[in-house]
Design a protein around this ligand. Structure first.
Ligand code: ADP
Ligand code: MG
Ligand code: ZN
Length: 630
């Protein structure tokens, strides 16, 4: 897309810093070019005796007596040099000069002329008075101008313009077709598009459309994309600015930018203003001394949003992944009164997003279903990245089209890092890793409510994983039962359990499993009410639902330490269960591990063949999403 940029209509202003820069440059040039010349024509100071000596020896050509000074030139070694000496009250001087020999043609000293080749007084005058004067005048005028703006614009310490390089993009090619899934969001935004197309329909009845809509969701779900799509569909100018751009070094600049933005938008209406990552300025104001600049900017934004006429057709979109941190004033009706939720895509959504991005690359016979299932929990941005990685892989392997295998491999690259082909593991380590992974896989396979094993590999990855077991669900799940969660913890402890049972050792390889298992067990106790002792008591709140979801306890410190005990209980029970499963199926473990060491990567089916050989295993149940257990 080639954004047809229309520049903001602002008066041409020369930045005074540039003026200063030129001033310095001119002075440097003067120094470099003119001063050396002056140096060459330097007049040497000398004493009166030397002067008389030179007169007597007949080398003096010209002499001038001037306000207490004698200036003279002498020709020595075929070079003419100018001298200066003090004039003494010497009554014989004139006689001496008249009688002296000279290298001049008439052998007479030229007398009473302005002799030395000094710079012309005019040049001197220009150099020392006119030019600096001009320079200072220019500087002063520039400073005056920006000071003038200070008064008018209220920007304290503003140099030049407000720095607002806000371009309205017209002719945006992005449309709703580029945004896959997100149907509810599109539905809401379509109304805004319709309003921008024919506002009369709405104003006739007296309705004014929401001034603003806030796009909320985790990173990479297409918030920025859909905002552009709204502009593309409505075919109106699109002012896009990111929240952080408002926060500037100088106090007041942010507010000035907001003002600029709304002024321009009003001139260009109907149009769309899009403030990306609005949380940078829209954070809740609190009693504690906050960031003054941010607060001023926010206040200005609130004022502008109140001030403009909603019927004119200026629609404000904003996006954030931290809605809970936004100031309440922003969310009240009349400002961002619509909230558009952008969620991580479900199975169908992922298929649709993959399809959108696969349109851009050459591909054949892609099994969209398997890729979509393997990417549960991935955002649109990650899916776009996966398709691109797959295309890069195809090129690397010298192929002309992308295949399902490329996509599957790039899923792993994006989720677990690239393969580290030249990492050399010792045979003993390789064996440990193999048993660890088989431990996970076996525990997963022999439990109900556990996603089927899709792949096991012991090729190290750049993420640091030495191997991993990938489980892929057959469908989509929105609810998790207590049993499913617990079985998941059992699966996570399966790796360590295999190390213990088979190799009689423990390694650092389980650190990631431990982290995940603890997180799950903790959530069961504190958030999901899956603990007998605490029943349905909420003990924790999640702070940043869309950004990692860190949580904070809401209980007393005694309860906090008791929670730890309950969490430990859950993990211990799970660990025991995993050890039991492995100890009961040692023959499978050995055979599968040997196979894995030999092949390095085996599929879920190959693994299940071994398991079925010994066991009639339970029908594969399912948990919620794709999981990699390393
Ligand atoms: P956000 O602003 O929510 O963090 P973006 O809109 O910047 O995410 O999305 C980044 C990229 O991810 C987009 O440019 C697009 O390629 C891809 N993407 C995200 N969501 C979708 C979607 N629903 N459909 C198609 N592509 C998507
Ligand atoms: Mg964005
Ligand atoms: Zn593990």
């Amino acid at each position: 897309m080639t954004p047809n940029k229309t520049k903001q209509p602002s008066t041409p202003k020369m930045n005074p810093f540039m003026g200063f820069f030129w001033g310095i440059l001119i002075v440097l040039l003067l120094n470099g070019l003119i001063f050396p010349n002056i140096a060459q024509r330097q007049i040497k100071d000398t004493d009166y005796g030397t002067f008389i000596e030179k007169v007597d020896s007949g080398v003096v050509k010209e002499v001038a007596i001037k306000s207490g000074q004698i200036l003279f030139t002498a020709e020595e070694n075929n070079k003419t040099q100018a001298y200066r000496t003090g004039a003494t009250n010497d009554p014989q001087l004139v006689d001496r000069l008249l009688n002296a020999e000279s290298p001049n043609e008439n052998h007479k000293i030229a007398f009473n002329q302005i002799v030395p080749q000094e710079n012309s007084p005019l040049l001197n005058f220009i150099l020392w008075w006119v030019l600096p004067g001009l320079l200072f005048y220019l500087l002063w005028r520039q400073a005056g101008k920006s000071l003038g703006r200070l008064g008018a614009g209220g920007n304290f310490m503003s140099f030049g313009n407000s720095g607002a390089k806000i371009y309205a993009e017209s002719d945006i090619k992005t449309t709703f077709a580029d945004v896959a899934g997100q149907d509810e969001a599109k539905e809401t935004l379509k109304e805004i598009v319709d309003f921008l197309h024919n506002p009369a329909k709405y104003t006739e009845i007296g309705a004014s459309l929401p001034k603003g809509a806030l796009l909320v969701g985790p990173p990479g779900t297409g918030k920025t994309l859909i905002a552009r799509a709204v502009a593309g569909e409505a075919k109106v100018p699109f002012f896009a600015i990111s929240g952080s751009e408002f926060v500037q070094m100088f106090v007041g600049m942010g507010a000035a930018k907001v003002r600029d933005l709304f002024k321009q938008a009003n001139e260009k209406a109907p149009c769309i203003i899009f403030i990306d990552e609005i949380d940078a300025i829209g954070k809740r104001r609190d009693a504690a001394m906050g960031n003054d600049e941010r607060e001023q900017t926010l206040n200005q934004l609130l004022t502008e949003m109140d001030g403009f006429d909603g019927r004119k057709g200026v629609v404000i979109l904003a996006s954030t992944n931290r809605p809970e941190s936004l100031d309440k004033a922003l969310l009240r009706p009349g400002r961002f009164d619509r909230r558009v939720q952008m969620e991580l895509p479900d199975l169908e959504g992922r298929k649709a997003i993959l399809a959108v991005h696969l349109k851009k690359v050459k591909h054949e016979n892609i099994d969209m279903d398997i890729v979509a299932r393997a990417t549960a929990g991935s955002s649109g941005a990650e899916l776009a990245n996966i398709v691109n990685e797959a295309a890069l892989r195809a090129v690397r392997l010298g192929r002309k089209t992308v295949t399902t295998a490329d996509l599957e491999e790039s899923v792993e690259t994006v989720l677990a890092g690239a393969q580290k082909k030249n990492a050399v593991l010792s045979a003993a380590e390789k064996k440990l890793v193999a048993y660890h992974e088989i431990g996970h896989a076996l525990v997963a396979a022999l439990q109900t409510h556990s996603a089927p094993v899709h792949k096991i590999t012991i090729i190290p990855r750049t993420s640091g994983a030495l191997g991993y077991t990938m489980q892929v669900d057959s469908g989509e799940h929105f609810l998790l039962s207590k049993e499913e969660l617990f079985n998941r913890i059992v699966t996570l402890t399966g790796g360590r359990s295999a190390e213990e049972v088979v190799c009689d050792t423990v390694t650092t390889g389980a650190s990631n499993d431990i982290e995940q298992a603890t997180k799950l067990a903790r959530a069961m106790v504190t958030r999901y009410g899956m603990n007998e002792k605490y029943d349905m008591m909420g003990l924790e709140t999640v702070n940043n639902a869309y950004l990692g979801g860190d949580s904070s306890l809401t209980c007393s410190s005694e309860t906090a330490s008791d929670i730890d005990k309950e969490v430990l209980k859950v993990i211990k029970t799970a660990h025991e269960k995993a050890k039991r499963i492995i100890a009961d199926h040692m023959d499978i473990v050995h055979q599968a591990a040997t196979f894995l060491i030999e092949k390095e990567t085996i599929t879920g089916n190959e693994f299940m063949d071994i398991v079925r050989h010994y066991e009639t295993c339970p029908p594969a149940g399912s948990a919620d999403r794709r999981r990699g257990t390393s």
